[in-house]
Design a protein around this ligand. Structure first.
Ligand code: HMH
Length: 253
């Protein structure tokens, strides 16, 4: 654990809401994944996009850039679940995936409709948005894994999305307390800082833990590296939205 919390949460309080201690005892593979990604994970929470979102000062332009990218992202994200579903013959995991598809579709509707109404993003803007290089790298990687790899790999590719958002959402909500009342991004924080959203990470963590138990060490190692790449993609999704950077080099418009 890092000594200083990116959002300044006191150690005792933070311990109660950390990803590993909240609902997740006895998940050694999940712990291994988190530990491998921990430096990027913890630094990610302290990056300007999230700090400013938490204190409500994030510019509307940056948020709109993010929202449009996220809208495109979620479509790909749902497709990856659907490919996993088609490859899966475990009834429990099939049910989990079906629920996740419904949840992610609902997430798209709820948050994005709200921000479209509130921030004036038009349907035309949504339809004509171009995916950024960073977002495309993220979803292309997930889609490639979905088409070419076994189920556990696909679930690990999906895990950073659910787990990082659940963790950051919870920690941001805990760090800002009452000031959420006046935060213009309250709907975002309310969406991700809840037990309901946390549940969307927990089923995935449970299913991965179960599947990982039968896997050789070499595969677990690959999955761990793949997980870190996913957390790095999450990081860059926000970093590139903060810079409003669509292409690999900022000067390429
Ligand atoms: C980029 C990204 N990752 C994860 C989530 C959580 O669903 C999201 N909405 N967007």
């Amino acid at each position: 654990m890092t000594a200083t919390d990116p959002l300044g949460i006191a150690p005792a309080e933070r311990n109660a809401i950390m990803p590993l201690t909240r609902f997740l005892p006895d998940h050694p593979f999940a712990e291994r994944l988190y530990r491998a990604a921990e430096p990027v994970w913890e630094e990610g929470l302290g990056q300007p996009f999230l700090r400013e979102l938490a204190d409500g000062t994030l510019s509307r332009e940056r948020f709109v850039f993010y929202m449009l990218q996220d809208y495109l992202y979620l479509n790909d994200y749902v497709n990856v679940h659907a490919i996993a579903f088609a490859k899966c013959d475990d009834p429990k995991i099939r049910q989990d995936l079906a629920q996740a598809i419904a949840g992610a579709s609902n997430e798209t509707d709820q948050v994005h409709d709200f921000f479209r109404d509130r921030f004036g993003i038009t349907d035309e803007q949504m339809a004509s948005a171009r995916q950024s290089a960073f977002a495309r790298s993220y979803t292309s990687n997930m889609i490639a894994i979905a088409y070419t790899k076994p189920l556990i790999d696909i679930l690990v590719a999906l895990l950073p999305c659910a787990w990082v958002y659940a963790d950051y959402g919870t920690r941001i909500a805990a760090s800002i307390g009452e000031s959420i009342e006046t935060n213009p991004y309250r709907a975002w924080i309310d969406m991700y800082g809840t037990d309901d959203f946390w549940e969307s990470a927990v089923w995935l963590i449970d299913d991965i833990e179960r599947l990982a138990a039968g896997e050789p060490e070499e595969h677990l190692q690959q999955l761990t590296e793949q997980f870190v790449v996913g957390v790095e993609h999450e990081y860059m999704f926000w970093a590139s939205a903060y810079e409003m950077q669509r292409r690999w080099r900022p000067e390429w418009h």
